[in-house]
Write a protein that binds this ligand. Sequence first.
Ligand code: IFM
Length: 468
Amino acid sequence: MSSRFPPRRSSDDGWNVIFPAGFVWGSATSAYQIEGATGEDGRGESIWDRFAKTPGRIRDGTSGDVACDHYHRWREDVALMKELGHRAYRFSVAWPRVVPQGRGAVNDKGLDFYSRLVDALLEAGIAPYVTLYHWDLPQALQDEGGWTHRATAKAFADYAFAVARRLGDRVVHWITHNEPWCASMLSHQLGEHAPGLRDGRAAVEASHHLLLSHGLAVPAIRAACPGAQIGITLNLSPAVPASSSAADAAAARRYDGWMNRWFLDPVFRGEYPADMVRGYTRKGWLPGDLGRLVLPGDMKAIAAPSDFLGVNYYNRAVVRSDRVAEEDNRPRSVVVDPGAEHTDIGWEVYPEGLLQTLLRVHLEYRPAKIFITENGASYSDGPDGHGRIADTRRVRFLRDHLVAAARAIDLGVPLAGYFAWSLLDNYEWSHGYAQRFGLTWVDYATQKRTPKDSALYFRKVIAENAVE
Ligand code: IFM
Protein backbone atom coordinates (compact mmCIF):
# COMPACT_ATOMS: atom_id res chain seq x y z
CA MET A 1 0.00 0.00 0.00
CA SER A 2 1.48 3.33 -0.91
CA SER A 3 1.74 5.96 1.78
CA ARG A 4 -0.50 8.97 1.51
CA PHE A 5 2.05 11.04 3.40
CA PRO A 6 2.63 13.87 3.03
CA PRO A 7 -1.00 14.38 2.05
CA ARG A 8 -0.99 17.09 -0.57
CA ARG A 9 -3.42 19.04 -2.57
CA SER A 10 -2.49 21.04 -5.60
CA SER A 11 -2.21 24.52 -4.34
CA ASP A 12 -0.06 27.45 -5.12
CA ASP A 13 -0.20 28.89 -1.63
CA GLY A 14 1.89 26.15 -0.07
CA TRP A 15 -0.74 24.86 2.40
CA ASN A 16 -0.37 21.21 1.72
CA VAL A 17 -0.47 18.90 4.74
CA ILE A 18 -4.18 18.41 5.03
CA PHE A 19 -6.13 17.11 8.01
CA PRO A 20 -9.24 14.94 7.75
CA ALA A 21 -12.61 16.65 7.49
CA GLY A 22 -14.12 17.19 10.93
CA PHE A 23 -10.74 17.32 12.70
CA VAL A 24 -11.27 19.20 15.98
CA TRP A 25 -9.18 22.34 16.46
CA GLY A 26 -9.01 24.27 19.69
CA SER A 27 -7.00 25.43 22.64
CA ALA A 28 -6.85 24.43 26.29
CA THR A 29 -6.60 26.05 29.71
CA SER A 30 -7.20 25.03 33.32
CA ALA A 31 -9.17 26.64 36.11
CA TYR A 32 -6.43 27.53 38.61
CA GLN A 33 -4.13 28.77 35.86
CA ILE A 34 -6.55 31.37 34.47
CA GLU A 35 -9.63 32.00 36.59
CA GLY A 36 -8.44 34.00 39.59
CA ALA A 37 -11.36 34.97 41.90
CA THR A 38 -10.28 32.29 44.33
CA GLY A 39 -12.37 33.73 47.14
CA GLU A 40 -15.54 34.55 45.21
CA ASP A 41 -19.05 33.16 45.08
CA GLY A 42 -18.51 30.50 47.70
CA ARG A 43 -15.44 28.80 46.19
CA GLY A 44 -13.62 26.69 48.76
CA GLU A 45 -9.86 26.57 49.29
CA SER A 46 -7.86 24.24 47.05
CA ILE A 47 -4.52 22.57 47.63
CA TRP A 48 -3.01 24.98 45.11
CA ASP A 49 -4.21 28.03 47.07
CA ARG A 50 -2.46 26.60 50.10
CA PHE A 51 0.68 25.42 48.26
CA ALA A 52 1.17 28.65 46.31
CA LYS A 53 1.11 30.62 49.55
CA THR A 54 3.65 28.42 51.24
CA PRO A 55 6.97 30.27 51.16
CA GLY A 56 9.55 28.73 48.85
CA ARG A 57 7.18 26.64 46.76
CA ILE A 58 6.69 28.99 43.78
CA ARG A 59 9.75 30.44 42.07
CA ASP A 60 8.38 33.98 41.78
CA GLY A 61 6.29 33.78 44.95
CA THR A 62 3.01 34.30 43.09
CA SER A 63 -0.35 32.53 43.28
CA GLY A 64 -3.42 32.03 41.07
CA ASP A 65 -5.46 34.55 43.08
CA VAL A 66 -5.89 36.79 40.04
CA ALA A 67 -4.19 34.86 37.22
CA CYS A 68 -5.86 35.95 33.93
CA ASP A 69 -8.97 37.12 35.76
CA HIS A 70 -10.93 34.84 33.47
CA TYR A 71 -13.67 34.45 36.08
CA HIS A 72 -14.62 38.05 35.27
CA ARG A 73 -13.40 38.22 31.67
CA TRP A 74 -14.82 34.99 30.27
CA ARG A 75 -17.04 36.78 27.75
CA GLU A 76 -14.01 38.55 26.32
CA ASP A 77 -12.10 35.27 26.25
CA VAL A 78 -14.87 33.46 24.38
CA ALA A 79 -14.96 36.34 21.88
CA LEU A 80 -11.20 36.01 21.52
CA MET A 81 -11.47 32.29 20.75
CA LYS A 82 -14.12 33.03 18.17
CA GLU A 83 -11.97 35.71 16.62
CA LEU A 84 -9.09 33.24 16.49
CA GLY A 85 -11.25 30.70 14.69
CA HIS A 86 -11.20 28.05 17.42
CA ARG A 87 -13.82 25.34 17.03
CA ALA A 88 -13.38 23.73 20.45
CA TYR A 89 -12.19 24.77 23.90
CA ARG A 90 -10.86 22.51 26.61
CA PHE A 91 -11.22 24.04 30.08
CA SER A 92 -11.31 22.58 33.56
CA VAL A 93 -13.91 22.89 36.28
CA ALA A 94 -12.58 23.86 39.71
CA TRP A 95 -13.82 21.21 42.14
CA PRO A 96 -13.75 23.65 45.09
CA ARG A 97 -15.99 26.10 43.20
CA VAL A 98 -18.61 23.41 42.77
CA VAL A 99 -18.24 21.41 45.99
CA PRO A 100 -16.33 23.75 48.31
CA GLN A 101 -15.65 21.13 50.98
CA GLY A 102 -14.93 18.37 48.46
CA ARG A 103 -18.01 16.38 49.34
CA GLY A 104 -21.50 17.33 50.45
CA ALA A 105 -23.15 20.63 49.60
CA VAL A 106 -23.00 21.71 45.97
CA ASN A 107 -22.41 25.42 45.35
CA ASP A 108 -24.85 26.47 42.64
CA LYS A 109 -23.01 29.73 42.02
CA GLY A 110 -19.95 27.75 41.00
CA LEU A 111 -21.94 25.63 38.58
CA ASP A 112 -23.69 28.74 37.26
CA PHE A 113 -20.34 30.13 36.16
CA TYR A 114 -19.52 27.08 34.06
CA SER A 115 -23.06 26.89 32.74
CA ARG A 116 -22.84 30.47 31.46
CA LEU A 117 -19.45 29.72 29.93
CA VAL A 118 -20.79 26.65 28.11
CA ASP A 119 -23.75 28.63 26.76
CA ALA A 120 -21.47 31.37 25.48
CA LEU A 121 -19.14 28.84 23.83
CA LEU A 122 -21.98 27.09 22.07
CA GLU A 123 -23.38 30.36 20.91
CA ALA A 124 -19.98 31.19 19.43
CA GLY A 125 -19.87 27.82 17.65
CA ILE A 126 -17.15 26.46 19.96
CA ALA A 127 -17.52 22.93 21.36
CA PRO A 128 -16.76 22.65 25.11
CA TYR A 129 -14.40 19.88 26.25
CA VAL A 130 -14.64 19.73 30.03
CA THR A 131 -11.83 18.45 32.26
CA LEU A 132 -13.04 17.60 35.74
CA TYR A 133 -9.73 17.52 37.58
CA HIS A 134 -6.77 19.69 36.74
CA TRP A 135 -5.09 19.48 40.16
CA ASP A 136 -7.13 21.82 42.35
CA LEU A 137 -8.27 19.35 45.00
CA PRO A 138 -10.43 20.90 47.75
CA GLN A 139 -8.12 21.49 50.73
CA ALA A 140 -10.76 19.95 53.02
CA LEU A 141 -10.15 16.59 51.32
CA GLN A 142 -6.39 17.02 51.53
CA ASP A 143 -6.81 17.49 55.27
CA GLU A 144 -8.22 13.94 55.35
CA GLY A 145 -5.31 12.55 53.32
CA GLY A 146 -6.20 13.74 49.82
CA TRP A 147 -5.48 11.27 47.02
CA THR A 148 -3.68 8.92 49.38
CA HIS A 149 -7.10 8.35 50.92
CA ARG A 150 -9.44 5.94 49.12
CA ALA A 151 -12.56 7.95 50.01
CA THR A 152 -11.34 10.80 47.77
CA ALA A 153 -12.05 8.60 44.73
CA LYS A 154 -15.70 8.26 45.71
CA ALA A 155 -15.94 12.01 46.45
CA PHE A 156 -14.59 12.69 42.95
CA ALA A 157 -17.21 10.48 41.30
CA ASP A 158 -19.97 12.33 43.21
CA TYR A 159 -18.55 15.68 42.14
CA ALA A 160 -18.30 14.44 38.53
CA PHE A 161 -21.95 13.41 38.67
CA ALA A 162 -23.00 16.84 39.97
CA VAL A 163 -21.17 18.63 37.15
CA ALA A 164 -22.42 16.24 34.46
CA ARG A 165 -25.99 16.56 35.72
CA ARG A 166 -25.82 20.34 35.33
CA LEU A 167 -23.82 20.63 32.09
CA GLY A 168 -24.54 17.29 30.44
CA ASP A 169 -27.44 18.61 28.39
CA ARG A 170 -24.92 20.72 26.47
CA VAL A 171 -21.45 19.18 26.97
CA VAL A 172 -20.61 16.02 25.04
CA HIS A 173 -16.87 15.60 25.72
CA TRP A 174 -15.62 14.90 29.23
CA ILE A 175 -12.09 14.35 30.49
CA THR A 176 -11.96 12.92 33.97
CA HIS A 177 -8.34 13.73 34.85
CA ASN A 178 -5.55 15.80 33.48
CA GLU A 179 -2.13 14.16 33.81
CA PRO A 180 -2.52 11.87 36.83
CA TRP A 181 1.28 11.42 36.76
CA CYS A 182 1.57 15.05 37.85
CA ALA A 183 -1.18 14.71 40.46
CA SER A 184 0.61 11.70 41.95
CA MET A 185 4.33 11.43 41.20
CA LEU A 186 5.25 15.07 40.62
CA SER A 187 3.27 16.20 43.62
CA HIS A 188 3.64 13.35 46.14
CA GLN A 189 7.02 11.83 45.21
CA LEU A 190 9.00 14.78 43.85
CA GLY A 191 7.26 17.48 45.91
CA GLU A 192 7.16 19.99 43.05
CA HIS A 193 3.39 20.39 42.92
CA ALA A 194 0.70 20.56 45.59
CA PRO A 195 0.50 19.03 48.13
CA GLY A 196 4.31 19.00 47.96
CA LEU A 197 5.11 15.62 49.52
CA ARG A 198 8.31 13.64 49.00
CA ASP A 199 7.04 10.20 49.73
CA GLY A 200 7.10 7.42 47.14
CA ARG A 201 4.51 5.35 48.92
CA ALA A 202 2.07 8.28 49.06
CA ALA A 203 2.69 8.86 45.34
CA VAL A 204 1.80 5.29 44.40
CA GLU A 205 -1.27 5.31 46.65
CA ALA A 206 -2.35 8.61 45.10
CA SER A 207 -1.86 7.23 41.59
CA HIS A 208 -4.09 4.26 42.35
CA HIS A 209 -6.84 6.38 43.86
CA LEU A 210 -6.68 8.87 41.00
CA LEU A 211 -7.07 6.04 38.49
CA LEU A 212 -9.82 4.48 40.57
CA SER A 213 -11.63 7.81 40.68
CA HIS A 214 -11.47 7.91 36.88
CA GLY A 215 -13.04 4.45 36.80
CA LEU A 216 -15.80 5.47 39.20
CA ALA A 217 -16.46 8.75 37.41
CA VAL A 218 -16.99 7.18 33.97
CA PRO A 219 -20.31 5.48 34.87
CA ALA A 220 -21.31 8.46 37.04
CA ILE A 221 -20.92 10.81 34.06
CA ARG A 222 -22.74 8.36 31.76
CA ALA A 223 -25.59 8.13 34.28
CA ALA A 224 -26.03 11.90 34.20
CA CYS A 225 -25.30 12.31 30.51
CA PRO A 226 -26.03 9.18 28.48
CA GLY A 227 -24.55 10.51 25.23
CA ALA A 228 -21.26 11.54 26.84
CA GLN A 229 -17.90 10.89 25.19
CA ILE A 230 -15.48 10.27 28.05
CA GLY A 231 -11.72 9.93 28.30
CA ILE A 232 -8.71 10.55 30.50
CA THR A 233 -5.74 12.72 29.59
CA LEU A 234 -2.24 11.37 30.17
CA ASN A 235 1.04 13.23 29.74
CA LEU A 236 3.25 10.88 27.80
CA SER A 237 6.92 11.10 26.90
CA PRO A 238 8.98 8.63 24.95
CA ALA A 239 11.87 7.43 27.14
CA VAL A 240 15.07 6.98 25.16
CA PRO A 241 18.27 5.46 26.58
CA ALA A 242 21.15 7.94 26.57
CA SER A 243 23.56 5.31 25.22
CA SER A 244 23.57 1.76 23.94
CA SER A 245 24.54 0.40 27.38
CA ALA A 246 22.28 -2.18 29.02
CA ALA A 247 22.13 -0.01 32.15
CA ASP A 248 20.76 2.98 30.25
CA ALA A 249 18.27 0.74 28.43
CA ALA A 250 17.02 -0.57 31.78
CA ALA A 251 16.79 2.96 33.18
CA ALA A 252 14.76 4.11 30.18
CA ARG A 253 12.44 1.16 30.61
CA ARG A 254 11.94 2.09 34.28
CA TYR A 255 11.32 5.69 33.34
CA ASP A 256 8.76 4.54 30.79
CA GLY A 257 7.09 2.43 33.48
CA TRP A 258 6.99 5.29 35.95
CA MET A 259 5.74 7.92 33.52
CA ASN A 260 3.74 6.11 30.84
CA ARG A 261 2.95 2.44 31.47
CA TRP A 262 1.87 2.89 35.11
CA PHE A 263 -1.10 4.86 33.76
CA LEU A 264 -1.68 3.33 30.31
CA ASP A 265 -1.68 -0.32 31.41
CA PRO A 266 -4.42 -0.04 34.05
CA VAL A 267 -6.67 2.13 31.88
CA PHE A 268 -6.39 -0.07 28.79
CA ARG A 269 -5.47 -3.49 30.19
CA GLY A 270 -6.85 -3.45 33.70
CA GLU A 271 -3.49 -4.24 35.31
CA TYR A 272 -0.37 -2.52 36.59
CA PRO A 273 2.87 -3.37 34.77
CA ALA A 274 4.46 -6.33 36.56
CA ASP A 275 8.03 -4.95 36.45
CA MET A 276 6.89 -1.73 38.15
CA VAL A 277 4.84 -3.60 40.75
CA ARG A 278 7.99 -5.58 41.61
CA GLY A 279 10.11 -2.43 41.72
CA TYR A 280 7.67 -0.42 43.84
CA THR A 281 7.18 -3.35 46.21
CA ARG A 282 10.94 -3.66 46.64
CA LYS A 283 11.17 0.02 47.46
CA GLY A 284 8.29 -0.26 49.93
CA TRP A 285 6.10 2.06 47.83
CA LEU A 286 3.55 -0.73 47.40
CA PRO A 287 2.50 -2.94 50.30
CA GLY A 288 3.91 -6.50 50.08
CA ASP A 289 0.30 -7.56 49.98
CA LEU A 290 -0.95 -5.56 46.99
CA GLY A 291 -4.51 -6.37 48.01
CA ARG A 292 -4.19 -3.84 50.84
CA LEU A 293 -4.24 -1.05 48.27
CA VAL A 294 -5.88 -2.58 45.22
CA LEU A 295 -9.25 -3.99 46.30
CA PRO A 296 -11.28 -6.53 44.30
CA GLY A 297 -13.03 -4.76 41.45
CA ASP A 298 -10.67 -1.77 41.34
CA MET A 299 -8.84 -2.79 38.19
CA LYS A 300 -12.04 -3.61 36.37
CA ALA A 301 -13.41 -0.19 37.32
CA ILE A 302 -10.25 1.59 36.16
CA ALA A 303 -10.44 -0.16 32.78
CA ALA A 304 -14.05 0.98 32.27
CA PRO A 305 -14.49 1.34 28.52
CA SER A 306 -13.87 4.93 27.53
CA ASP A 307 -14.40 6.75 24.27
CA PHE A 308 -11.03 8.38 23.75
CA LEU A 309 -7.60 8.98 25.18
CA GLY A 310 -6.29 12.52 25.65
CA VAL A 311 -2.56 12.81 25.01
CA ASN A 312 -0.54 15.73 26.28
CA TYR A 313 2.84 15.85 24.59
CA TYR A 314 5.67 18.25 25.31
CA ASN A 315 9.01 16.46 25.02
CA ARG A 316 10.95 13.24 25.31
CA ALA A 317 13.18 11.98 28.10
CA VAL A 318 16.69 10.84 27.32
CA VAL A 319 17.53 8.65 30.26
CA ARG A 320 20.89 7.83 31.79
CA SER A 321 21.23 5.27 34.51
CA ASP A 322 22.58 6.30 37.86
CA ARG A 323 22.18 5.19 41.44
CA VAL A 324 19.77 7.91 42.55
CA ALA A 325 17.57 7.40 39.49
CA GLU A 326 17.35 3.73 40.32
CA GLU A 327 16.36 4.39 43.90
CA ASP A 328 13.60 6.88 43.34
CA ASN A 329 12.80 6.69 39.62
CA ARG A 330 13.63 10.34 39.44
CA PRO A 331 14.22 11.28 35.83
CA ARG A 332 17.80 11.73 34.75
CA SER A 333 16.99 13.39 31.51
CA VAL A 334 20.23 14.34 29.87
CA VAL A 335 21.17 16.33 26.84
CA VAL A 336 22.44 14.06 24.10
CA ASP A 337 22.15 16.50 21.26
CA PRO A 338 23.85 19.74 22.27
CA GLY A 339 22.57 21.35 19.07
CA ALA A 340 18.95 20.63 19.91
CA GLU A 341 16.62 23.53 20.49
CA HIS A 342 15.05 24.02 23.91
CA THR A 343 12.06 26.12 24.92
CA ASP A 344 12.39 28.76 27.62
CA ILE A 345 11.37 26.28 30.31
CA GLY A 346 14.28 24.10 29.23
CA TRP A 347 12.37 21.35 27.43
CA GLU A 348 13.86 19.92 24.27
CA VAL A 349 11.89 20.60 21.09
CA TYR A 350 11.34 17.13 19.66
CA PRO A 351 8.34 16.85 17.32
CA GLU A 352 9.24 13.28 16.29
CA GLY A 353 8.40 12.30 19.86
CA LEU A 354 4.77 13.22 19.23
CA LEU A 355 4.64 10.85 16.28
CA GLN A 356 6.39 8.14 18.31
CA THR A 357 3.99 8.59 21.21
CA LEU A 358 0.86 8.50 19.07
CA LEU A 359 2.02 5.42 17.17
CA ARG A 360 3.04 3.62 20.33
CA VAL A 361 -0.28 4.29 22.05
CA HIS A 362 -2.21 3.26 18.96
CA LEU A 363 -0.27 0.06 18.36
CA GLU A 364 0.05 -1.10 21.98
CA TYR A 365 -3.18 0.12 23.59
CA ARG A 366 -5.66 0.69 20.76
CA PRO A 367 -7.77 3.56 22.16
CA ALA A 368 -10.87 4.06 20.03
CA LYS A 369 -9.93 7.66 19.41
CA ILE A 370 -7.16 10.05 20.46
CA PHE A 371 -7.17 13.78 20.99
CA ILE A 372 -3.98 15.74 21.51
CA THR A 373 -5.39 17.60 24.49
CA GLU A 374 -2.24 19.69 25.03
CA ASN A 375 0.85 20.57 23.06
CA GLY A 376 2.72 23.82 23.19
CA ALA A 377 5.84 25.71 24.15
CA SER A 378 7.00 28.31 26.62
CA TYR A 379 8.63 31.22 24.82
CA SER A 380 8.87 34.63 26.40
CA ASP A 381 8.68 36.76 23.21
CA GLY A 382 6.72 39.89 24.04
CA PRO A 383 5.33 42.93 22.21
CA ASP A 384 7.67 44.91 19.99
CA GLY A 385 7.47 48.71 19.60
CA HIS A 386 4.29 48.32 17.54
CA GLY A 387 2.63 45.90 19.93
CA ARG A 388 3.20 42.91 17.67
CA ILE A 389 4.36 39.64 19.18
CA ALA A 390 6.50 37.86 16.63
CA ASP A 391 6.83 34.48 18.35
CA THR A 392 8.38 32.79 15.35
CA ARG A 393 9.78 29.93 17.44
CA ARG A 394 6.27 29.00 18.62
CA VAL A 395 4.98 29.17 15.02
CA ARG A 396 7.69 26.72 14.01
CA PHE A 397 7.00 24.53 17.05
CA LEU A 398 3.31 24.34 16.16
CA ARG A 399 3.97 23.65 12.51
CA ASP A 400 6.45 20.87 13.18
CA HIS A 401 4.22 19.17 15.75
CA LEU A 402 1.20 19.43 13.47
CA VAL A 403 3.15 17.83 10.64
CA ALA A 404 4.03 15.00 13.07
CA ALA A 405 0.35 14.69 13.98
CA ALA A 406 -0.66 14.56 10.31
CA ARG A 407 1.92 11.88 9.73
CA ALA A 408 0.45 9.83 12.59
CA ILE A 409 -2.99 10.07 11.01
CA ASP A 410 -1.55 8.93 7.73
CA LEU A 411 -0.06 5.90 9.46
CA GLY A 412 -3.46 4.92 10.81
CA VAL A 413 -3.62 6.61 14.24
CA PRO A 414 -7.26 7.56 15.02
CA LEU A 415 -6.33 11.12 15.92
CA ALA A 416 -9.44 13.28 16.04
CA GLY A 417 -8.29 16.67 17.29
CA TYR A 418 -5.58 19.02 18.51
CA PHE A 419 -5.74 21.50 21.40
CA ALA A 420 -2.93 24.02 21.63
CA TRP A 421 -1.63 24.74 25.10
CA SER A 422 -2.60 27.39 25.80
CA LEU A 423 -5.18 29.97 24.75
CA LEU A 424 -3.57 32.51 27.10
CA ASP A 425 -0.31 33.04 28.90
CA ASN A 426 -1.14 31.90 32.41
CA TYR A 427 -0.01 30.71 35.82
CA GLU A 428 2.56 28.02 35.17
CA TRP A 429 2.33 26.30 38.56
CA SER A 430 5.62 26.31 40.47
CA HIS A 431 7.13 28.60 37.81
CA GLY A 432 4.55 31.30 38.56
CA TYR A 433 4.00 33.73 35.71
CA ALA A 434 7.53 33.57 34.33
CA GLN A 435 6.83 30.92 31.71
CA ARG A 436 4.49 31.91 28.91
CA PHE A 437 2.81 29.13 26.93
CA GLY A 438 0.02 31.28 25.43
CA LEU A 439 -1.02 31.85 21.84
CA THR A 440 -2.19 35.13 23.35
CA TRP A 441 -0.01 37.52 25.30
CA VAL A 442 -1.45 38.57 28.64
CA ASP A 443 -0.28 41.83 30.17
CA TYR A 444 -0.84 40.89 33.80
CA ALA A 445 -0.86 44.53 34.94
CA THR A 446 -3.78 45.48 32.69
CA GLN A 447 -5.14 42.03 31.74
CA LYS A 448 -5.00 43.12 28.11
CA ARG A 449 -4.94 40.17 25.71
CA THR A 450 -2.95 40.40 22.46
CA PRO A 451 -2.88 37.50 20.01
CA LYS A 452 0.67 36.54 19.12
CA ASP A 453 1.74 35.67 15.57
CA SER A 454 1.31 32.00 16.55
CA ALA A 455 -2.40 32.63 17.23
CA LEU A 456 -2.79 34.11 13.77
CA TYR A 457 -0.86 31.23 12.25
CA PHE A 458 -3.07 28.74 14.13
CA ARG A 459 -6.17 30.55 12.90
CA LYS A 460 -4.99 30.01 9.33
CA VAL A 461 -4.27 26.33 10.03
CA ILE A 462 -7.80 25.91 11.34
CA ALA A 463 -9.38 27.77 8.44
CA GLU A 464 -7.42 25.74 5.89
CA ASN A 465 -7.60 22.50 7.90
CA ALA A 466 -4.03 22.18 6.70
CA VAL A 467 -0.45 23.00 7.53
CA GLU A 468 1.85 24.77 5.21
O1 IFM B 1 0.65 24.29 32.22
C1 IFM B 1 0.71 22.90 32.18
C2 IFM B 1 -0.67 22.29 32.24
O2 IFM B 1 -1.35 22.68 33.37
C3 IFM B 1 -0.57 20.79 32.24
N1 IFM B 1 0.26 20.31 31.18
C4 IFM B 1 1.54 20.93 30.99
C5 IFM B 1 1.39 22.42 30.92
C6 IFM B 1 2.78 23.07 30.73
O3 IFM B 1 3.60 22.73 31.80
